[in-house]
Design a protein around this ligand. Structure first.
Ligand code: AP5
Length: 209
């Protein structure tokens, strides 16, 4: 199954994706995670996108589309995938339809107030990317990842000004994709407000798995 996870920053896309990988046995492909790895490695891509991401802006369509096209050509993505954070603009959606049409788009339905609470409390492992939250999902030992022992930190784009920018960019450039995919008849709405186990149950029910 080829799936897109669509929703505002902090809606819980990455968190649900980790659970959905176990359920559906398909890879989780997050453009944000690919960009963050490139930034950490100080690769040419990372140097190009660092300031853009930290400011809460979108990386240009051409760069992002080329990256996703290359990633989806890899063997592990041939039987399906969860695309998290792509597409984020109508040109990205049109490009994707040309090289890998998807089966379903999962729309994470959540108000801004919940998103702000999730982003302000989010912490992430610098090494393996595991997500935590200072209220909802704390690491057992402060600032230490339960999974790999790596350092748990606050993402640079979770600062207040960057979050405000990301929400504005989401509303202007990404939210129009909700109607775009609804008109194609492949959009599924999932109530993303409850705690994770309930969101997983909502997701399974909506997808019929
Ligand atoms: P990206 O990494 O995709 O960021 P995002 O879409 O802003 O999404 P987030 O990772 O912030 O949130 P999420 O929905 O995954 O929530 P999470 O599960 O972590 O992109 C980063 C940047 O890269 C972009 O701003 C852009 O610059 C660039 N980029 C990426 N893709 C691009 C593209 N296609 N085109 C151009 N540029 C692109 O959850 C958040 C918190 O809430 C966590 O702390 C978690 O523990 C907690 N939580 C999650 N679910 C629940 C729950 N049900 N109950 C309680 N707490 C919960």
């Amino acid at each position: 199954m080829k799936l897109i996870f669509l929703g505002p920053p902090g809606a819980g896309k990455g968190t649900l994706a980790v659970r959905a990988v176990d359920i559906l046995k398909i890879p989780h492909i997050s453009t944000g995670a690919i960009f963050r790895s490139a930034i950490a490695a100080k690769s040419p891509l990372g140097l190009k996108v660092k300031a853009i991401i930290e400011g809460g802006h979108l990386v240009d369509d051409q760069t992002t589309i080329a990256l996703v096209k290359e990633r989806l050509a890899q063997e592990d993505a041939q039987n399906g995938y969860i695309l998290d954070g792509f597409p984020r603009t109508v040109p990205q959606a049109e490009a994707l339809a040309g090289f890998s049409p998807v089966d379903r788009v999962v729309n994470f339905d959540i108000p801004d107030s919940a998103v702000l609470e999730r982003l302000s409390g989010r912490r992430v492992c610098r090494n393996c990317g595991t997500n935590y939250h200072i209220t909802f999902n704390k690491p057992k030992q402060e600032k230490v990842c339960d999974t790999c022992g790596g350092e748990v930190y606050t993402r640079d784009d979770d600062r207040e000004e960057a979050v405000a920018k990301r929400l504005e960019v989401y509303r202007e450039q990404t939210a129009p994709l909700i109607d775009y995919y609804r008109k194609k008849g492949i959009l599924i709405d999932v109530d993303a407000r409850p705690l994770v186990d309930e969101v997983v149950a909502n997701f399974k029910k909506a997808l019929g798995v």
